[in-house]
Structures are given as structure tokens and as C-alpha cells.
Ligand binder design. Structure first.
Ligand SMILES: Nc1ncnc2c1ncn2[C@@H]1O[C@H](COP(=O)(O)OP(=O)(O)OP(=O)(O)O)[C@@H](O)[C@H]1O
Length: 845
């Protein structure tokens, strides 16, 4: 907590007047208007800030004690302050900071950056921003933190010059794939009795545990066809070999991107006219101003467009870190619904703001029950068109999920919605179905329309996710032949995509931000078509509103009409996002949170474990964990998340050398490869997908049995989203977070989640040797790239990157763990940009 450094002029947070939590079977419309019960306030002295921003409330109610995070916002009175700019209302303190412009809260990021630079957070993102802001370095973009070595140009990046055909992604037919690899089932020689200590217990009814995955049961094994693309020893992409090599350095997470400091005036327009209604549920207006960072412009060349829409590490100074965790006085009472309603006397009253936060607190559904994500409401009882209902039925959906039940009536009424619901609970249908209804009610496209309007625009942060959303839309549109969906995601030539979208007029467009922006700027008539948008959806909204995407999102919002409906969905809605979501949402939007307060943001039926082991043991441990899991579960389907794309490649190489059935996916792979691997993993069992964060969010792989996260995730949200690839639709799953001792700090950011410490499996010497041998076969270039990427990633981490000497020591430990005697040399230029010049222990070239 850094309340001491908190400037008194700092008023970016508006306490949200009301927050509604929804039950598993109570349509949002069934809630009566919020009532304001008398509040209990304490007169005891608490630090002012802690009362203004109470992080955790405790209250007694429903027979048990809960803690919950509260909405933080200024009261309605706070919004009635002086209007400036386009008319948005901001607290005075902030207006001064933001140059009085309420049009866009991020209008002057430079100023805000300077200001916020004092407000460091412990989050890795915060660190990245911090470094980025101060040094103006090129920042990596993406889920894959190495993804942005050089920004060539979008045109070039579209040119597909990393075509899969040129890659050495094919396993040599001569390469050995021992069918009975001779690897013992019990990798760690543990007795059955030891199993209870293992990070993952055997699953019930999962068949014969003697079948050790691909080592035990050859009938199940999937051996790569020589013709099948197999990335284990994938060749070094042109990025590494060609003239851009030096710029690759930039891509490997070494240089945070700087923000385009463009004018974001466009955002404010939609906000200015809306009036605040006292009885709306939760409005997440407020002031951003807490983030910095963004993208490099000009300096950086991007070679591949596939990085365009990949996640960019945003810059976040967490409000939570700035706030006191002092509890506020709270009281529980029942309201007419018979549900507990939390009424909190917020400390905003200290500012003369009579703010109350109302929370619907509902009985928890039974944890772990396989259908707890479903509500009791049936689709055929809701007011959607008969043809949509037919599509829903054919898709196999009968009952609505909780989030669908909660949001559908509100969205169908035309309201803007910010919705939070756990991973894998059907958010995609929740925003697609009502959006389709908007199209159904609109005049059909006529043949003579040269530029038919796009009515629904869905933005997703990654290509995989965009493709998935458009596939889901197509399912729902099965009986709406006149409604078309198109997807624009990059990875192909812009010109080809232009032709495709012109030849196939659509009313619904699903897009990744970078490519969409390209079309806005370069495709004739596209901007005109966007002027027809009636519904704008930001899937993974918190991520899209991160600094990494912010400028593109700003640009996109400015290209669609102000008069529209906007829907923001995510499994995580951190506080800082709630403060800035007004850039997309109307003032009277509703915040619908289906994650019951007092319950975790992760699924109860997913067992979470963290293991702490020295870095030099990680490779062996990952192998041991996988072997153990494979032995326990014949239907294993595992995701291994790595910190960066190049580390992902290295781990995939290694596991391939160890004869595990493995695929890899990250931003360095061409789109066609990514699509194919993604499809394969979706359909497969008995497969391990080693991945960067391109797979962290939204991707719906059914029946993932285990998610391993190697190394510290970028932040809490990323941990939750990665974990959310398992345990979908109420199914069971397991998650293991493998950290080095010096990464343990991360655990404090997820301490409210049900994650327990697991016992580290012992690795026998033979296995260690085997892993070492396998490592020795991994291409040197890949190790060098992984080393550099690793260094860049942790350099950007606020905690680890703070002490450069220590950072280099750790990086060299990582280098040794790959079997290298000497750490790979890094170009001087790169070291300079990383702020690592002359740090002892580094080799430069
Ligand atoms: N009403 C329903 N009944 C049964 N299954 C459903 C229903 N709605 C959606 N699904 C299925 O649930 C799965 C998860 O849906 P989806 O991918 O939209 O989840 P999500 O909440 O967006 O997850 P994430 O937070 O990871 O993005 C999908 O396979 C989808 O087809």
C-alpha cells in the first residue's frame, strides 16, 4: 500500500453507486429497483484514503462471514462537478491533472505518465510501464512478449513473408519417435502412496494409469505424420535469419513500446451527453490516468502482422496497490428479494459524498457441480427470434448460462453492459445472441447497396479468439441465411482480406484491433460501412482497454457512431478498467457481475497448486509433471504456458526431444500454422500444447485436463485467464503454477484464490540426465533467443527487473539451465535499450 505517496489531488476513482450481483437463476430484470437502506457507519477514525477506497469489506450476513471487494466510485454528486470539454464530469483534482479535459481521460498520457510515475505498483505490468515510460523504450507487444522485434509496416507485415511453407516445421521422417519410449510410468519413482502429495491426484474413472500417455499406450499416441506440420524443431523463422535480425532483439520482450500519444478526443463524445441516473446499478465511470505505456511508433518496425492484434503488455499502476485495505463499515440486511443486500457506508461521505454501494449477495451455487454455470432459464422462454432459437437449439444449448441469463434481458433492452463472468461460462453467446437480434430487427441488406452497413462489430484481442467468436456466430446464425459474419484478423494479405469482405457483405464483423484499424485507414468504403454500427462488443474488454490496445480501440471507437450500444465482457474486470470503461460505455451502463462476491474469480472445481523450485530444476520438473499427469490420465490434454514466444519454442523443442506429444503456438508462428494447431488441439486428446499468452484468453479448448504455468505470469488477470482454459463449462481441471523462489512474490497477488502449495516432485538422476541430453539437442539459436527473451521479460517485471545485477545473475542461471556454459552474447544496441549496458555478467556483441 502506498497511501503515503498518494497525492491529495488524486481523484481518479469514482465510487460506483450500486453494484448488482446476480444469482444463478434470477434474471436481471427481476430485480426490483435498488433500495437504499440505512447505513451503518462507524465514527472510528480510519485513514481517509482507506475509507475513500475501501478495498475489502467485511460484513456479517447469511450466516457466514464474507469478504468482498467493493465498487469504488465517486458518488453521483461527484459527477455533478464542473463540466469541461465535451461535458464529461470529472473530479476537480483530476481535471487539473488531465488538463481539464474530460473528453478523454487519457488525452494527455505524457502528463499522466509523469504524474503516475510516482505511483509505482508491484505489478509486473506496472513495472513495464514504469520502465517504458521512463526510458521510452520500444515495448514488446503482445501476449507473446517477444512479438515485436521490428515494425516494418503493416503492408509488409501483411505480405505473408513468413509463410509456413518456408518454415522448417516438419519433423524429419528420420527423427526418432520411440513408440514405447522406455520411460517409466512413474517418472519420479514415487510410490502410489506418494500420490496424494503430488500436484495432481489421479482422476477418477480415467482409465488405466499404466497407460502413460504416449509412452504406455501406443494405440493412443499421435505420432506426427512426416507431412504433418510439427514444430518441434521448427526452423528459425526469417525473423531470425534475415536482415531484420538485429531488430528481432526488440521483439523479444526487450523493449516495451511507447504509447502513441495521439489525441483521444473521440472518446469523450459518447459520454458527454449521458446523464447519470441514480438508480442504475453500477457505473464505471471515473478517471483513468493511472496507466502509461503503449506502443512505439516510428522507431519500431514490425515484420509480422500476426503481432498486430496480439496482446500487448499494458502499463498498469494498480489502484489496489495505492489503496489502503482498511475495512469499511458495512451492514447486511435483506431486501424484498429475500437476498442479502450489502449496504456500505462508504468513506466518500468524508468528502461529503453520500455514496452507497449496494450489492446483491446471493446464495452460492454448489461449488464444483458440473452444471453450476447453467441457470434455470431456458432460451426458448426468452424473447429472441424463432430463427435464433432454432440455431441455439441446434448448437445444443437449452438452458442459459448464468451470465447469459443475467445479461440477455438487459442487452435486449438496449442498455450498455459491462459484464464479468468466470472463464468458460458462455460469454460469447451472451453478447452474440442479443447482437444478432439487433441485426434481425434492422432492414435487410439490399443488393444494390454498394457499401452495406456493418451493424455489429465485435473486437477480440487475438486471432484465435476472433475466429472462434465468428464460428460461434455462424452457429447461431444457422437459420438466418441473410445475415453474414466476416472476420478480419490479419495474418493474411490486407488486399486479400479487402477483396473477401467486399465480396461477402456482412452485417456482423469480428476483428482484431490492429487489422481492423488497417481496414479503417486503408480499405475504401470501410469507414462508411462502420458508420452503420449499432452494437460494439469488446470481448476480453479489460485487456482491450489496456494500454497495449488502447490507441487502436480509441481509433475504432471514433470510427463508429456515438449512438450505439456497447457491450464489454470479460472474466476479469480490474478496478482500473472499471475506471476507464466509460471511454466506450454510456454513463447509464450496467455493470453485471456474475462472480458472486465472497467467491473466487476462479472455478472451485479446478484444483490449483503452486510449486516453488530452483530455476535450474524447472525443465526437469515440467517434464516430470507432464509424465505424471499423462500416467494418471489417459485422456490428458495439457496447456503449458511460458513467459514469452521464444521460451515457448524452447520448451516445445525440449518436450519434443523428450518424445512427448507436443505442439507449440505463439505469435512467431504463421497464422495458418496457428490455426491448424489450434484446431488440432481443440479436437484432440493426448496432446500437450506449449503456448505463449496467445492462448491465455478466451480460447475454448474443450476438456483441458491440466494447465501448467511456467514462470511468473504477467499479472493476476493473466493467471486467471490462463487457468481458465481448464475447468470450462463446469468441468474439472487442474492448474499448476511453477515458480522459482524469487518469483514467489507473485503469490501475494493471487492470495485470495484457492491455490495451495504443492510438494515438488522429486526428479531422479536418470531423468535429469535425460532432460539434459534432450536440451543438448535443442538448437543453439533457439536457446539464444530464449535467453534474450527471458532477460527481456524479467527485465520488464517490476520486482525482478529492479535490480539489474540480480536480474543478470538470474538470466545466467536460466542460461545454465538450458545447458549453456556461457550466457549467449547480446547485441550492444539491445543491451543499451534494455538499460543493461555494462551490467556485469552479460556478454555483448
Ligand atoms: N447455454 C449454453 N449451454 C451450454 N453450453 C454453452 C452455452 N453457452 C455457451 N456454451 C458453451 O460454453 C463454452 C464456453 O463458452 P465461451 O467460450 O463463450 O466462454 P467464455 O465465458 O467466453 O470463456 P472465457 O472467459 O475463457 O473467454 C463454449 O464451448 C460454448 O459453446
Amino acid at each position: 500500500m502506498k497511501t503515503t505517496s498518494f497525492p491529495t489531488t488524486f481523484m481518479p476513482v469514482r465510487l460506483l453507486p450500486q453494484l448488482r450481483l446476480l444469482s444463478t437463476s434470477l434474471p436481471a430484470t427481476h430485480f426490483p429497483p435498488m433500495k437504499f437502506a440505512p447505513t451503518l457507519s462507524s465514527s472510528r477514525a480510519v485513514p481517509i484514503l482507506s475509507r475513500v477506497f475501501p478495498l475489502r469489506l467485511r460484513y456479517m450476513g447469511l450466516g457466514f462471514r464474507r469478504s468482498l471487494q467493493t465498487e469504488r466510485a465517486f458518488s453521483t454528486r461527484a459527477f455533478r462537478g464542473p463540466r469541461t470539454g465535451s461535458g464529461s464530469e470529472l473530479p476537480r483534482g483530476y481535471e487539473r491533472r488531465a488538463g481539464g479535459a474530460s473528453k478523454s481521460l487519457i488525452e494527455d498520457e505524457a502528463e499522466l505518465s509523469d504524474w503516475v510515475s510516482e505511483l509505482r505498483s508491484d505489478s509486473p505490468r506496472g513495472r513495464e510501464d514504469d520502465l517504458e515510460g521512463r526510458r521510452g523504450r520500444v515495448r514488446e507487444r503482445g501476449t507473446d512478449r517477444e512479438s515485436y522485434p521490428m515494425k516494418k509496416s503493416r503492408r509488409e507485415s501483411d505480405s505473408g513473408d513468413f509463410g509456413e511453407s518456408r518454415r522448417r516445421d516438419f519433423r524429419s521422417p528420420n527423427q526418432s519417435f520411440p513408440r514405447n519410449g522406455g520411460i517409466s510410468k512413474r517418472f519420479d519413482n514415487k510410490s502410489e502412496g506418494d500420490k496424494k502429495d503430488r500436484p495432481f491426484p489421479p482422476r477418477n474413472n480415467r482409465g488405466n494409469s499404466n497407460s502413460s500417455g504416449e509412452f504406455g499406450d501406443s494405440s493412443r499416441r499421435r505420432f506426427p505424420n512426416p507431412n504433418e506440420s510439427f514444430s518441434r524443431n521448427s526452423g528459425i523463422s526469417k525473423r531470425f535469419d534475415n536482415k531484420f535480425q538485429s531488430d528481432d532483439d526488440k521483439e523479444d520482450g526487450l523493449f516495451p513500446r511507447r504509447s502513441n500519444r495521439g489525441n483521444s478526443n473521440s472518446f469523450s463524445k459518447g459520454n458527454s451527453s449521458s446523464n447519470l441516473k441514480a438508480d442504475s446499478f453500477t457505473r464505471n465511470r471515473g478517471v483513468e490516468g493511472l496507466r502509461r505505456g503503449g506502443r512505439e511508433t516510428g522507431k519500431t518496425l514490425r515484420v509480422m502482422d500476426d503481432t498486430e492484434e496480439e496482446e500487448e503488455k499494458p502499463t498498469v499502476v494498480r489502484i489496489e496497490d495505492l489503496l489502503s485495505e482498511e475495512e469499511s463499515d458495512t451492514a447486511i440486511s435483506d431486501d424484498d428479494d429475500g437476498y442479502g443486500v450489502l449496504r456500505e457506508k462508504s468513506a466518500t461521505s468524508l468528502f461529503g459524498l453520500d455514496n452507497e454501494v449496494s450489492v446483491k449477495v446471493l446464495p452460492k451455487s454448489s461449488p464444483g457441480s458440473s452444471d453450476s454455470y447453467l441457470s434455470e432459464s431456458r432460451f426458448d422462454h426468452c424473447s429472441v427470434s424463432p430463427l435464433s432459437l432454432k440455431g441455439i437449439k441446434d448448437a445444443g444449448y437449452e438452458k442459459m448460462t448464468v451470465v447469459q441469463e443475467a445479461t440477455l434481458p438487459v442487452i435486449l433492452k438496449g442498455k450498455d453492459v459491462l459484464a464479468k463472468a468466470k472463464t468458460g461460462t458462455g460469454k460469447t453467446v451472451a453478447f452474440l445472441l442479443p447482437s444478432i437480434e439487433v441485426v434481425v430487427k434492422s432492414p435487410p441488406i439490399t443488393r444494390d447497396q454498394k457499401r452495406p452497413p456493418i451493424l455489429v462489430l465485435v473486437i477480440c484481442p487475438t486471432r484465435e479468439l476472433a475466429s472462434q467468436a465468428s464460428a460461434e456466430a455462424n452457429k447461431l446464425l444457422k437459420y438466418h441465411p441473410s445475415i453474414g459474419v466476416q472476420v478480419v484478423i490479419g495474418g493474411t494479405r490486407l488486399a486479400l482480406e479487402q477483396k473477401r469482405i467486399q465480396a461477402n457483405p456482412c452485417q456482423i464483423l469480428v476483428a482484431t484491433p490492429g487489422r481492423l484499424k488497417d481496414h479503417i485507414e486503408n480499405t475504401a468504403g470501410f469507414a462508411t460501412r462502420l458508420m452503420g454500427v449499432k452494437v460494439l462488443v469488446l470481448d476480453e474488454a479489460d485487456h482491450l482497454l489496456d494500454m497495449g490496445f488502447r490507441k487502436d480501440i480509441e481509433r475504432i471507437i471514433s470510427a463508429v457512431p456515438k449512438q450505439r450500444q456497447t457491450l464489454l465482457f470479460s472474466a476479469t474486470v480490474p478496478e482500473e478498467v472499471r475506471q476507464i470503461c466509460h471511454i466506450a460505455l454510456k454513463r447509464d451502463h450496467e455493470y453485471i457481475n456474475t462472480v458472486q462476491e465472497g467467491s473466487e474469480e476462479t472455478h472451485a472445481q479446478v484444483r490449483q497448486t503452486h510449486l516453488v523450485a530452483p530455476l535450474d530444476k524447472h525443465f526437469s520438473l515440467v517434464y516430470a509433471l507432464l509424465k505424471e499427469h499423462i500416467a494418471d490420465d489417459v485422456e490428458y490434454k495439457v496447456l503449458v504456458f511460458c513467459t514469452t514466444a521464444m521460451v515457448t519454442r524452447l520448451v516445445a523443442d525440449l518436450l519434443g526431444e523428450l518424445n512427448l506429444n507436443v505442439r507449440e503456438i505463439h505469435s512467431r508462428k504463421p497464422q495458418s500454422y496457428r490455426t491448424r494447431v489450434s484446431d488440432e488441439f481443440r479436437k484432440s486428446k493426448g496432446l500437450i500444447l506449449v503456448t505463449s499468452d496467445v492462448s491465455a484468453r478466451g480460447v475454448d479448448y474443450p476438456d483441458v485436463t491440466l494447465v501448467i504455468q511456467v514462470g511468473v505470469p504477467a499479472d493476476r488477470q493473466q493467471y486467471i485467464h490462463r487457468l481458465g482454459r481448464t475447468g470450462r463449462k463446469g468441468k474439472e481441471g487442474q492448474g499448476i503454477l511453477l515458480l522459482a523462489p524469487w518469483e514467489e512474490f507473485f503469490l501475494s497477488t493471487i492470495k485470495d484464490l484457492p491455490i495451495t502449495k504443492g510438494s515438488v516432485p522429486s526428479v531422479d538422476p536418470d531423468t535429469t540426465k535425460k532432460v539434459e541430453r534432450a536440451l543438448s539437442k535443442v538448437e543453439m539459436k533457439n536457446k539464444e533467443a530464449a535467453y534474450q527473451a527471458w532477460l527481456g521479460y524479467y527485465n520488464s517485471n517490476k520486482k525482478v527487473g529492479r535490480d539489474k545485477h540480480r536480474l543478470v545473475e538470474l538470466a545466467n542461471e536460466f542460461s545454465r539451465s538450458m545447458g549453456l556454459d556461457n550466457p549467449p552474447a547480446i547485441p550492444k544496441l539491445v543491451l543499451g535499450k534494455m538499460g543493461l549496458k555494462n551490467v556485469p555478467g552479460l556478454r555483448s556483441k
